[in-house]
Design a protein around this ligand. Structure first.
Ligand SMILES: NC(=O)c1ccc[n+]([C@@H]2O[C@H](COP(=O)([O-])OP(=O)(O)OC[C@H]3O[C@@H](n4cnc5c(N)ncnc54)[C@H](O)[C@@H]3O)[C@@H](O)[C@H]2O)c1
Length: 292
């Protein structure tokens, strides 16, 4: 089990929801945590984390802005001396439909794809050279959605069918009909996941992805006009439980799973299950989560 105490992490979108739970769980494990968000609560979060005995720094800004990304990543190195963990969590949901007009579509694109895809891409590009230079391995965890992962593989092509934790149901939704851009932005993260995992495995840098089902957060409550019925809330997963799994994943260390879409869907325990065999082809020299 890898020792997390004293490691240094960045968590994006850490003001509320899953991000604040990830940041708190990392700090509780003794990790120094740099946090950023559009919302100003992120600044008081850093104070809260420092009070627990770890180092913490915070920036308010937009993950789609390269200057902000540079500021956060350079600032983290200045403050902590190195970076070991990147949790690419900042995300935004918005309704978008194929018949939207062009002006709305452009605004949606900048906001949704800008945050969910460009933000993760930029943070990866800024952090990865640092991780490689440090030569100490590292972890990148991107936060996606369960829409494509429950698991999205056609039955007849799935090599994991006999181990499928979902059995006959539920099958992946593949996304919704009022969120084409949100789904684009999250499906696209698979491109980063697999390419980064392949390229970075020789550096002992793991890249995994959490594919979230309904988890109580500002975003999910917003999806329900901030007035969800209690019986619906009762079915949702808790961010704190997911944050516990993040810690377990990081504790696996460099020999742990890699290039995995780790799915969390309501009705199932929020737990780190056995890694699944890879669906895609990986070079022989790349060890991928025990399924080399
Ligand atoms: N909660 C769920 O049910 C669920 C389901 C699927 C996927 N997700 C994903 O999980 C991640 C966290 O979502 P959440 O539910 O905690 O949402 P949330 O809205 O509660 O929190 C997201 C945080 O990201 C921040 N953020 C948004 N756009 C940003 C930007 N451009 N720059 C910097 N910060 C920005 C927000 O201010 C907020 O603090 C997201 O990537 C989301 O897409 C969540």
């Amino acid at each position: 089990m890898a020792e997390l105490k004293g490691k240094n992490a960045i968590v994006t979108g850490a003001a509320v929801g899953l991000g604040v739970a990830y940041a708190r769980a990392l700090a509780a494990a003794g990790v120094n945590v740099a946090v950023c968000d559009l919302r100003d609560e992120v600044l008081t979060l850093a104070e809260e984390l420092r009070a627990t005995g770890v180092q913490s720094v915070a920036w308010q800004g937009d993950v789609s802005d390269p200057d902000h990304v540079r500021e956060v990543v350079d600032g983290t190195v200045n403050a902590f001396g190195s970076i070991d963990i990147l949790v690419n969590n900042a995300g935004v949901w918005g309704a978008s439909i194929p018949e939207d007009n062009l002006d709305k579509s452009l605004d949606d694109y900048d906001k949704i794809v800008g945050t969910n895809l460009k933000g993760e891409y930029l943070f990866g590009r800024a952090v990865i050279p640092i991780l490689i230079d440090q030569g100490q391995g590292g972890d990148i965890v991107n936060i996606a959605t369960d829409h494509m992962v429950t698991c999205g593989t056609p039955w007849h092509r799935c090599p994991n069918l006999d181990k499928c934790p979902w059995g006959d149901s539920p099958r992946p939704t593949g996304g919704g009909d009022i969120m084409d851009l949100y789904d684009v932005s999250k499906w696209a993260l698979n491109g980063l996941l697999y390419a980064w995992a392949k390229a970075l495995a020789p550096h002992r840098i793991r890249v995994n992805q959490f594919c979230m089902g309904a988890t109580d957060s500002f975003m999910l409550r917003g999806f329900h006009n901030f007035d969800p019925p209690q019986e619906e809330i009762d079915t949702w997963m808790k961010a704190e439980d997911n944050a516990r799994v993040l810690i377990e994943l990081l504790e696996e260390g460099p020999e742990g799973r890699n290039a995995q879409n780790i799915n969390f869907c309501i009705g199932r325990p929020v737990a780190l299950e056995e890694p699944l065999e890879q669906i895609y082809i990986f070079p022989d020299h790349v060890q991928i989560g025990g399924a080399s």
